[in-house]
Write a protein that binds this ligand. Structure first.
Ligand SMILES: NC(=O)c1ccc[n+]([C@@H]2O[C@H](COP(=O)([O-])OP(=O)(O)OC[C@H]3O[C@@H](n4cnc5c(N)ncnc54)[C@H](O)[C@@H]3O)[C@@H](O)[C@H]2O)c1
Ligand SMILES: CC(C)=CCC/C(C)=C/C=C/C(C)=C/C=C/C(C)=C/C=C/C=C(C)/C=C/C=C(C)/C=C/C=C(\C)CCC=C(C)C
Length: 578
């Protein structure tokens, strides 16, 4: 994840990106700000009350909006930054288009029900050209007695090819490998047979149960389990178990024993089923195209609109607390029947909601989950001669198994120009290198010290890349832009720049993760602080689920009040066990 100063984009508009960028290039920053302000004022004059306001236009927010406008709801998305997308946005420099953070797209295939990005676009009448990635990741892992030159494994798009490659490195564990990934397929096939909607909506849940009891029971079985426990049932080799830890860590930022099995099933199979697919023109195209579709379906996506408070009132005979709208940083109040927050839970309940209104359930969430680290990221433009033809787009580098979870331990590297050369000028490649780090080490530094520390960290990244698979990298660098946890905090509005929540202690699978409703009526959460957690396809699921639940509460989808109440109590009971 990354990045740097604001892209020179003048205003959000429902136009193709080329037009958008061209408009940007011709605008001064003062006129950009004016255009954004004028558009915001015009949109706010359109209605006195919206069906739903969505705070933030990350992929969680946009997916929710897309599913809601498709059912006729009047939805306003408010984004603090100048373009939509959050972690999936883009910026442009020196003729290159950089992905701010997300670059490995799950859920972008053609088949099944788990391809949530494809389906969210489809719901607003949009589709995108994608480029299939032949491998999800190429791992460059520590050397051992058995693997003297380091453990090198490519996770091929073709499942059998991947299993054969791994089994060739661990022949004595062939059965364990087949059994562990086989369990992952059981999870995935069950997920991929459901019409994915809100688990908080009992009519839907009962319908799915009667349609597909085996799939639902399989999911219920795996729901409280973690990937590490299942792996340990089948596999004994410590090096292979460390490999499974890395397979989990590189997307969940925790090892296998802390990673919910449902999520592992999703990630370890979607990469072979639908495959990893890169959107032509860069990841930042997805939010632009989706926002365009939302607007074409009557919704509004307004940028440079910073929400400073979620408005609550005690209304109705029951006197219960309800969210009734938001206040913007410029003091403007906007009313809505539902407020949906795509900000992290820390930002939502420690900044946007008044302290006296924070429900007990949210305090418990802060006890169960803590903030994962942020990232130091470098977008490096290099002479293309340094990237060999055999190089894959996504790579992981680790030299010492004990350092997998350390700050700056695991090094992630994407080279998106391998898939889409149009992102950089001819003869150049983009190397996006990033490594986990906490805000603490970056807070309170003076300007010179901050700059020096950035240089040091990036020099070390380049040194490691030269040693592992990019010899000659240092001499090939043309341009580099470095982001730190401070950058993430500032531009992505994420508390301490965190990548998302991680369990404070060993979780019961996904049971501790809250769904979309909160204990403040009409206030919902989406994004990575809700079920099923981090990841673009995961936050897209939170959007599908939240849209369904909120539409039911607005009377735009079927609901049954008695069953709803029973379900709420049941979930409350489950969570008290956790
Ligand atoms: N696949 C990858 O390579 C990769 C890499 C990085 C991140 N990701 C994933 O992306 C996920 C994040 O998606 P998300 O949708 O939950 O969140 P997000 O952080 O992407 O988007 C949240 C949006 O809300 C906006 N916002 C926050 N507070 C606001 C306020 N007060 N007013 C107006 N706007 C506000 C932010 O500016 C941001 O645009 C992470 O979980 C991570 O896993 C994936
Ligand atoms: C209620 C009861 C009791 C029962 C019932 C049962 C049932 C029915 C259940 C159901 C469930 C469900 C539906 C679930 C769902 C889930 C999901 C959808 C999930 C998803 C997930 C996803 C994910 C996790 C993803 C992730 C991803 C990520 C994070 C990524 C990342 C990446 C990165 C960081 C990059 C890397 C790079 C390089 C290597 C360079």
């Amino acid at each position: 994840m990354a990045p740097a100063p604001a892209p020179k984009v003048s205003a959000w508009s429902a136009r193709p990106r080329a037009v958008h960028a061209a408009a940007a290039a011709s605008s001064s920053s003062a006129s950009s700000a004016r255009t954004l302000r004028q558009r915001k004022e015009a949109v706010l004059r359109e209605k006195k009350e919206w069906d739903a306001i969505i705070v933030g236009s990350g992929m969680g927010g946009l997916t929710t909006a897309a599913k809601m406008v498709a059912k006729g709801a009047e939805v306003l998305v408010l984004e603090k930054y100048v373009v939509p997308g959050g972690s999936a946005a883009y910026y442009e420099r020196e003729g290159c288009t950089f992905d701010v953070g997300s670059s490995m797209m799950f859920g972008f295939g053609e088949e099944g029900t788990t391809n949530l990005l494809t389906r969210a676009l489809d719901s607003v009448g949009k589709s995108m050209e994608t480029i299939p990635d032949p491998a999800q990741i190429h791992y460059h892992l520590p050397a051992s007695q058995a693997h003297e030159d380091g453990l090198k494994v490519a996770v091929h798009r073709n499942y059998r090819e991947f299993v054969e490659e791994l089994a060739a490195k661990f022949p004595h564990e062939r059965e364990g490998i087949e059994a562990f990934y086989g369990d992952c397929w059981t999870v995935f096939n069950a997920l991929n047979s459901l019409d994915l909607k809100s688990l908080e909506e009992p009519l839907y849940l009962l319908g799915e149960f009667f349609r597909n009891p085996v799939g639902c029971l399989q999911l219920a079985w795996f729901l409280p389990q973690n990937a590490g426990d299942i792996a340990r049932k089948h596999i004994k080799d410590e090096e292979l178990l460390s490999f499974i830890d890395m397979e989990c860590y590189c997307w969940s930022t925790v090892k296998a024993q802390m990673t919910p099995m449902i999520n592992a099933g999703m990630v370890f199979c979607d990469r072979h089923y639908g495959g990893i697919n890169y959107p032509k023109g860069g990841v930042g195209r997805i939010p632009l195209v989706m926002a365009e579709g939302i607007e074409e379906n009557g919704g509004r996506v307004v940028c440079a609109a910073n929400v400073s408070k979620i408005l609550t009132e005690r209304t109705g005979e029951d006197g219960r607390l309800r969210a009734v709208g938001v206040t913007l940083a410029d003091g403007e109040e906007i009313r809505a029947k539902a407020v949906i927050s795509n900000a992290t839970r820390w930002d939502t309940f420690k900044r946007l909601v008044r302290e006296e209104d924070v429900p007990r359930s949210e305090v418990e969430f802060f006890e169960r989950y803590k903030k994962s680290p942020s990232f130091v990221t470098a977008h490096i433009v290099v002479d293309s001669s340094v990237i060999q033809d055999s190089c894959y787009c996504h790579n992981i580098v680790l030299e010492d198994w004990d350092k997998i979870e350390d700050c700056c331990g695991t090094l992630f590297v994407s080279i998106p120009t391998i898939l889409d050369p149009s992102l950089a000028p001819d003869g150049q490649h983009i190397v996006h290198a990033f490594t986990p780090d906490y805000i603490d080490g970056w807070s309170g530094l003076g300007a010179d010290e901050y700059k020096r520390k950035k240089e040091e960290v990036v020099a070390e990244m380049i040194r490691r890349l030269e040693k592992s698979f990019l010899p000659g990298l240092a001499d090939a660098v043309i341009f580099k832009e470095v982001g730190t946890p401070r950058t993430h905090m500032k531009f992505l509005n994420r508390n301490d720049g965190t990548y998302g929540p991680i369990p404070s202690k060993r979780p019961l699978g996904l049971l501790g993760m809250p769904f979309n409703r909160t204990d403040v009526d009409s206030l919902y959460c989406i994004g990575d602080s809700t079920f099923p957690g981090q990841g673009v396809n995961a936050v897209a699921f939170s959007g599908f689920a939240c849209a369904h639940r909120a539409l039911a509460d607005l009377g735009l989808e079927p609901r049954n009040e008695v069953l709803d109440k029973g379900m709420q109590s049941l979930f409350g009971f489950f969570r008290s066990l956790v």
